[in-house]
Design a protein around this ligand. Structure first.
Ligand code: AMP
Ligand code: ZN
Length: 115
């Protein structure tokens, strides 16, 4: 599995940094965001390091589809019943801060801190 030793999310995948996991399989990991914007705010990531969505190619299509398909299941399991928001920030102008591909999933009753 591709990993970047300097990447914080690769360290979470490796268990070197703790996280509040909500889902894990061979390819994907989901955990609570450390600085939530909404009552429920989870991040879904591929376990293999991929810096941004801009680095994805056709070979990543199945993994990206699985990330998206996981969102409704996680929100349902976390008690989100009234809709949710999915966001992938990409690159500097996209507001990306952590350069390991991740999808934010926000839910829960409004108002939210942001978003
Ligand atoms: P982005 O701006 O899309 O790159 O978002 C990065 C997200 O990662 C932010 O919402 C951070 O709060 C979150 N984050 C950073 N470090 C951690 C961590 N150790 N555990 C959980 N979430 C984190
Ligand atoms: Zn990484």
């Amino acid at each position: 599995m591709t990993a970047d030793p300097n990447c914080i999310f690769c360290k979470i995948v490796a268990g070197q940094i703790p996280s509040k996991k909500v889902y894990e399989d061979g390819e994907l990991l989901a955990f609570h965001d450390i600085n939530p914007w909404a009552p429920v705010h989870v991040l879904v990531i591929p376990k293999a390091h991929l810096a941004t969505l801009a680095d994805a190619g056709p070979e990543h299509a199945a993994m990206l589809g699985r990330m998206l398909a996981l969102a409704p299941r996680l929100m349902s399991e976390l008690g989100v019943v009234n809709g949710f928001r999915t966001v992938i920030n990409t690159g500097p102008d996209g507001g990306q801060e952590v350069y390991h591909l991740h999808m934010h999933v926000f839910g829960g009753p409004r108002p939210w801190k942001r978003g």
